[in-house]
Design a binder for this molecule. Structure first.
Ligand code: Z5A
Ligand code: MG
Length: 211
């Protein structure tokens, strides 16, 4: 039996990640596929609650320490991710290690240091990067109240995402989607980019940035 596909959606704040994951999820359900949605940060765990307090500016945490907490929050989901994939369930994941690097590096932490704690995580079969200019993102109801939701920060993060893509490693598939268009157009592009994965994937789950 083919294993499930691991599909990650990345992008800036307000790029439509959650909207598009929900649309793809409904499409896969309508096709009778086994599919699950996951999201990072996962704010439901003990570590996730610390991250939530940090993002809401209710707690101050050193930049290095919060970076490691975001990574630990992914590691605590690994057994669940592997189990779902092995039993043939497709995973749609809202943000992953790529956000981890882009956000922390844009605060000035060394890029390679940021990458290290996520080395060895399950590697996605495809990353869809929803690209919007910070200006378009801001038109979508403006940024929220959380710590990183400022135009200047989002501009730096967008630049860091280019570096993250370029360090992806040989096997990583990174597709850029123009997410500045109407929702249904973006949805169609995402469906077309991912449909070869809908019947599952042959071969083992690779590890992210493994040597
Ligand atoms: N972070 C980190 O630092 N390190 C890490 O390792 C990880 C994350 C994993 C919280 O993330 C913060 O954590 C985030 C990165 C950091 N900081 N920031 N910024 P989060 O995922 O919990 O929160 P978020 O990125 O802010 O998600 P979001 O605001 O929910 O954005 P979204 O999911 O991309 O957008 P959306 O909710 O689908 O859509 C936003 C609005 O736009 C909504 O009103 C939609 O109806 C509308 N929309 C969506 N698509 C369109 C189109 N095509 N046209 C017009 N309007 C649209
Ligand atoms: Mg937000």
């Amino acid at each position: 039996m083919a294993r499930g596909a691991f599909i990650v959606i990345e992008g800036l704040d307000r790029s439509g990640k959650t909207t598009q994951i929900a649309a793809l999820y409904e499409h896969l359900i309508s096709l009778g596929k086994k599919v699950e949605q996951i999201k990072f940060p996962d704010r439901t765990t003990a570590i996730g609650k610390m991250i939530d307090a940090y993002l809401k500016s209710q707690a101050d945490i050193d930049d290095h320490a919060i970076h490691l907490l975001f990574s630990a929050n992914r590691w605590e989901s690994v057994s669940k991710i592997l189990k779902l994939l092995e039993e043939g369930t497709t995973i749609l994941c809202d943000r992953y290690a790529f956000s981890g690097i882009a956000f922390s590096a844009s605060k000035g932490l060394p890029f390679d240091w940021c990458k290290t704690p996520d080395v060895g995580l399950p590697e996605p079969d495809m990353v869809l990067f929803l690209d919007v200019s910070p200006e378009v993102a801001q038109e979508r109801g403006g940024y929220g109240e959380e710590r990183y939701e400022k135009e200047e920060m989002q501009k730096r993060v967008r630049e860091e995402f280019v570096r993250v893509r370029d360090c992806g490693g040989r096997s990583l598939r990174w597709e850029v989607v123009n997410a500045g268009r109407a929702k249904d157009q973006v949805e169609l592009d995402i469906r077309n980019a991912t449909q070869a994965l809908f019947n599952g994937v042959e071969g083992p789950i690779r590890r992210l940035w493994a040597p």
